[in-house]
Design a protein around this ligand. Structure first.
Ligand SMILES: Nc1ncnc2c1ncn2[C@@H]1O[C@H](COP(=O)(O)OP(=O)(O)O)[C@@H](O)[C@H]1O
Ligand SMILES: [Mg+2]
Length: 413
């Protein structure tokens, strides 16, 4: 089945802008401009009549402005996705646009590539949402390969893969991964921490164990692994008891490891450990997508900053398009500062995905821990930041139980 064309409605009061956008899009075979409106009001009307997938929306317009028009269109027809194009790039506009339900925000004039990829993302989302609306009453059948992979996970003896990801750098993925692995590790649930940030992985530094074996030693042998060989390659972090599969020590070594090797290594560790915690880099590579795909639970990390929230929204859309069930994602806010007005509640509401866990900001503890190479779960676990990690571990355990019982039910059908 060839994918349907993405149908676009342009809303802008300036004729030249409408024409320029049309020209930018005319050679894209998967995109079709179905109409153009000169005001917010006309945009709302044409959105109803033409039923586009994506509306490209200006902000400053006579009668109804683009933000109000977005709000109205999204309320009337929730599957239509709006991409805002604005000369104002300030965060206040971006925030308002997001609250109105805009999917994306580009500054004018948009670059061709940037515009097309925003349209494709929004278009896929719209078509998926539309299809979902149409099938709402039929029984849920699994569509994407990813959910099949998840369903076959029901076998209880395998360990669980927990991947920590954020589309933005510096949100605290490594901090969370290291401390979470320590929180999850005990005699009954042995835990291994894997550094999937192959170029600039810093897990080993976080626990002051650099300069030892890395995945480079394991990758060439993935087809003939034995538990004792693996144990020898893993770092034994004696202070906490967790094992670590470290990233290569130099960035240029990263390319020696293929996605296939990496996935096989993780799946082998799954046979040996109850939990495989995977720390990732922020670039959404093929490898990271494959890891997310085989993960039982994905911890999506955001901060209270608008760019981080915006990226989280894009990622949630993408995961949905990949067929990753919403219950497999635990949306987490790190570096939470109650003095900042963007609360977890507001973000949850805005992104239609609940923030299940909040980890407070504590620079003193977090940074001292990294610099000493002693994770704070070892010496500060009763402090608020440590308690945040403990509640994340609890949320994961609870979620895994829910997912397992759901899988059992669907498996018996
Ligand atoms: N809850 C927190 N409070 C304060 N600082 C934090 C917190 N979590 C992480 N940090 C700090 O933020 C910086 C980035 O964290 P890091 O875990 O390396 O992020 P990432 O892996 O997402 O790039 C580090 O200096 C770390 O100490
Ligand atoms: Mg990191």
């Amino acid at each position: 089945m060839s994918p349907k064309k993405i149908r676009i409605l342009i809303v802008d009061d300036i004729a030249e802008t409408r024409e320029n956008i049309r020209k930018l899009l005319q050679f894209e075979s998967d995109v079709e401009v179905v109409g153009a409106a000169r005001s917010g009001k006309e945009g709302i009307q044409l959105a109803q009549e033409l039923d586009p997938d994506v509306v490209l929306m200006d902000i400053n317009m006579p009668d109804i402005d683009g933000i109000a028009a977005t709000d109205i269109i999204r309320k009337k027809t929730p599957y239509i996705q709006v991409v805002i194009l604005s000369v104002q790039s300030d965060q206040n506009y971006m925030r308002k646009a997001m609250l109105a339900g805009a999917r994306d925000f580009l500054t004018k004039p948009p670059l061709g590539d940037e515009l097309i990829s925003a349209i494709r993302r929004a278009g896929e989302m719209a078509q998926a949402e539309r299809a979902k609306g149409a099938q709402q009453n039929t029984a849920t059948t699994s569509t994407a390969g990813a959910s099949n992979a998840a369903a076959s996970y029901a076998s209880a003896s395998k360990g669980k893969i927990i991947t920590i990801y954020s589309p933005k750098g510096g949100t605290g993925c490594t901090t969370i991964s290291v401390n979470l692995a320590i929180a999850l590790n005990n005699e009954d649930t042995r835990t291994v921490l894997v550094d999937a940030s192959l170029q600039f992985g810093d897990v080993a530094i976080f626990v002051n164990e650099q300069g030892k074996n890395t995945i480079l030693e394991l990758a060439p042998r993935v087809d003939e692994l034995e538990p004792d060989v693996v144990e020898e390659i893993l770092i034994n972090h004696t202070a906490s008891g967790i094992r670590i599969l470290a990233a290569p020590q130099r960035p240029e070594m990263a390319e020696k490891i293929s996605t296939d090797q990496f996935i096989k290594a993780v799946q082998y560790l799954q046979k040996m450990y109850a939990y495989v915690v995977v720390d990732t880099s922020h670039i959404l590579s093929d490898m990271i997508l494959s890891i997310i795909d085989i993960s039982d639970v994905v911890i999506l990390v955001t901060t209270q900053e608008i760019p981080s929230i915006k990226s989280a929204r894009l990622l949630l859309d993408l995961l949905q398009n990949m067929g990753i069930k919403k219950q497999r994602i635990i949306f987490t806010m790190n570096r939470y500062d109650k003095r900042i007005a963007i609360t977890p509640e507001r973000v949850s509401e805005n992104l239609k995905h609940e923030i299940s866990v909040t980890i407070p900001l504590d620079e003193k503890i977090a940074i001292t821990a990294v610099n000493r190479g002693v994770p704070f779960m070892l010496d500060n676990k009763t402090q608020p930041v440590g308690r945040g990690i403990s509640s994340l571990a609890e949320a994961i355990r609870a979620r895994l139980i829910t997912l397992e019982s759901e899988n059992e039910i669907s498996g018996k059908r």
